[in-house]
Design a protein around this ligand. Structure first.
Ligand code: IPM
Ligand code: MN
Length: 356
């Protein structure tokens, strides 16, 4: 939680989760611990076993009391959720989305930054071209799980899936994005990514609120792009973007594209942020079950997520050093892909520690 924690003593809940989640989180903790030592603050971890394995034994995802207990931490570090033996949706909705929604982590912050030495599939684009941040709304939209079947199973079946966009939810997200763009202080340009030409209710609201809030941020240049065009520009001219604000579903989709142009899931990190509450940080990739236990998965995304966590709790200097070290390590790896780094998972963690 963002509070003036003058003791600089932070309690972190750790959910390693499924597949390679625990392996990458181990490296993230290794780096955070080294950073804490160097920067004279203290981290206490509580390891939680929420995930697919526990679900298979107990049919439990996260109970309401467990969710409530998460409120007392300064932050949460999450590895990955998703288990091949559990039907899709159960763990995602029961653990990941339940936490995002329950702790009102209404921002999903996803930097898309190509570090020097990392390969991008974009021809002729380099680190100076690919450096923007997506501010994804994280508690509403199509993710609310509202809808119904009409005539289920029949020939004339209809399925409805509601996108819920509250004035409050849209406004706080857009405000956060403007504030963030101002503080980031790069090109001071905020692009609204939506689909106003088709989603004439939901994104009409987004459009109106965006225009309205913009009046309070005269120093920020505003822009608009439909989501399809956003995908096109992200590939063709990624340098046009500084900060993008968008709804939950579009944010989900464009940040996978973002992860690819910044070098892959091995390097992409994000934060589920409640600016007034408890935030949760995670590598944005999945549990990668086929690599579990092989010590080949890239931990840099999880390590970067740990850096974002430290930034959020107020340890900016430590966070910056972690990012610097991650950048240096990037120039040493052969590739960002699992099994292709030229180093093992644990060795990459050690390299980042050394670089601190
Ligand atoms: C993500 C993931 C989740 C999402 C899934 C696992 C529910 O894809 O964090 O982007 O859609 O938000
Ligand atoms: Mn996703």
């Amino acid at each position: 939680m963002k509070k003036s924690n003058s003791s600089r003593n932070y309690n972190i809940a750790v959910i390693g989760g499924d597949g390679t989640g625990p392996e990458v989180i181990r490296e993230s903790i290794k780096v955070m611990d080294a950073s804490a030592k160097k920067n004279a603050f203290k981290l206490n971890y509580t390891m939680l076993d929420y995930g697919g394995e526990r679900y298979l034994k107990s049919k439990k995802t996260i109970s309401d009391s467990e969710l409530n207990a998460l409120r007392k931490y300064d932050a949460i570090l999450l590895g990955a959720i998703g288990h091949p033996k559990v039907a899709p949706g159960i763990l995602e909705r029961g653990i990941l989305l339940k936490t995002r929604f329950g702790l009102d982590q209404y921002i999903n912050l996803r930097p898309v930054k190509l570090y020097p030495g990392v390969d991008t599939p974009l021809k002729d684009k380099g680190p100076k071209d690919i450096d923007f941040v997506v501010v994804r709304e994280n508690t509403e939209g199509l993710y609310v799980g509202e809808g119904k079947f009409i005539n289920k199973g029949k020939k004339n079946e209809i399925a409805l899936q509601v996108s819920r966009n509250s004035r409050k939810g849209v406004e706080r997200c857009i405000r956060y994005a403007f504030e963030f763009t101002r503080k980031r202080n790069k090109r001071k340009k905020l692009t609204l990514c939506a689909k106003t030409n088709v989603l004439t209710y939901a994104h009409d609201l987004w459009w109106r609120v965006f225009q309205e809030v913009a009046k309070e941020y005269k120093d920020v240049t505003t822009d608009y792009a439909h989501v399809d065009a956003t995908c096109m520009w992200m590939v063709k001219n990624p340098e046009w973007f500084d900060v993008i604000v968008t709804d939950n579903m579009f944010g989900d989709i464009i940040t996978d594209l973002g992860a690819m142009i910044q070098g892959g899931m091995g390097i992409a990190a994000g934060g589920n942020i409640n600016p007034e509450g408890v935030s949760m940080f995670e590598p944005i990739g999945g549990s990668a079950p086929k690599y579990t236990g092989l010590n080949v998965i890239n931990p840099l995304a999880a390590i970067a997520a740990g850096g974002m966590l430290l930034e959020e709790v107020g340890e900016s200097a430590a966070a910056q050093k972690i990012e610097k070290s991650v950048m240096q390590v990037c120039t040493k790896l052969k590739s960002m892909g699992a099994g292709k780094m030229g180093y093992s998972t644990t060795q990459v963690g050690d390299l980042v520690v050394k670089g601190l």
